[in-house]
Ligand binder design. Structure first.
Ligand SMILES: NC(=O)c1ccc[n+]([C@@H]2O[C@H](COP(=O)([O-])OP(=O)(O)OC[C@H]3O[C@@H](n4cnc5c(N)ncnc54)[C@H](OP(=O)(O)O)[C@@H]3O)[C@@H](O)[C@H]2O)c1
Length: 251
């Protein structure tokens, strides 16, 4: 491994899109704890500022930035600006963890509407398309980078009530497989630099959810800190090893 290809840490720059959701704060905390600089994106500055307040000594390495990930032009311009801020002085991005989510559905097939399906395709697929187009070349410019999404077990085992959600997650997974192929084809060196990796959970749980539902056992749920630790660990292995992988975290 060349010095430039060391795992995530001081001198690295990672982006978390959808940083203000259930998983985002833990993800930013774990990434910032490596010494990396972290840019968190969302729609509401106050929610991003609240993340900074949890980071203690790492807070100076976190920036919360408002961007509408459904606006392709805005995402492209924002990605270029983020890459230009890389601590090395050479434009690049060492990782993007895409956490934009959403859910619509019910218990029966007809509980899901076409409007629900359109909403979920926007949230789970369109935002990923914009982010991956915008950061693709900036990730390839890194000696070791990751674009990570969190999918759901529902994508391969849909139920009547989550048809639109499962369909959108399956589409996102297919998009990631194509992105992995692009990273494989477009790497400039003989050693793969960039990886597209899909982590899969049944559902996520955090301390706030546990406190709000005392007595519920959350069986099969993945704690947001376990998700964050599994994400950070992706930088410890060669990109070629995980590029295109669908890694199931659900016990
Ligand atoms: N939660 C689960 O049980 C579960 C299960 C399986 C998979 N996942 C996946 O895990 C990931 C994280 O889940 P989560 O529950 O933390 O996600 P989430 O809360 O649904 O979404 C995360 C954040 O995305 C932001 N966002 C939404 N639309 C946006 C837009 N157009 N532009 C910019 N930001 C936007 C929101 O920011 P604002 O707050 O600023 O509006 C929100 O806080 C998602 O990909 C989700 O699909 C979650």
């Amino acid at each position: 491994m060349t010095p430039d290809a060391l795992p995530l840490g001081p001198g690295s720059l990672v982006v978390v899109t959808g940083a203000a959701g259930a998983a985002g704060t833990a993800m930013v905390q774990h990434l910032a704890a490596t010494g990396a600089s972290v840019v968190g994106a969302g729609r509401q500055q106050e929610r991003l500022d609240a993340i900074a307040a949890t980071l203690g000594g790492s807070s100076s390495r976190f920036t919360g930035q408002v961007v509408d990930l459904l606006d392709a032009d805005a995402v492209a311009a924002w990605a270029d600006a983020v890459a230009a801020s890389h601590p090395s002085g050479t434009p690049r991005v060492d990782g993007v963890v895409h956490l934009v989510g959403g859910w619509r559905g019910g218990s029966r097939f007809h509980d899901t509407t076409v409007a629900d399906a359109e909403f979920l395709l926007d949230q789970l697929v369109r935002t990923l398309q914009h982010v991956s187009f915008a950061f693709h070349d900036h990730l390839l410019a890194s000696p070791r980078s990751q674009l990570v999404i969190v999918s759901a077990t529902a994508a391969e085992k849909p139920t009547a009530g989550n048809a639109a959600y499962a369909t959108a997650k399956a589409a996102a997974e297919t998009w990631m497989a194509a992105l992995a192929d692009s990273f494989h084809r477009e790497q400039t060196d003989s050693v793969a630099a960039a990886a597209a990796t899909t982590l899969v959970v049944k559902a996520l749980v955090d301390d706030g959810m546990r406190a709000a539902s005392a007595g519920k056992d959350f069986a099969g749920f993945t704690d947001v800190h376990d998700l964050a630790a599994a994400t950070v660990a992706l930088w410890d292995v060669d990109a070629a090893t995980v590029n295109g992988e669908r890694r199931v975290l659900t016990p």
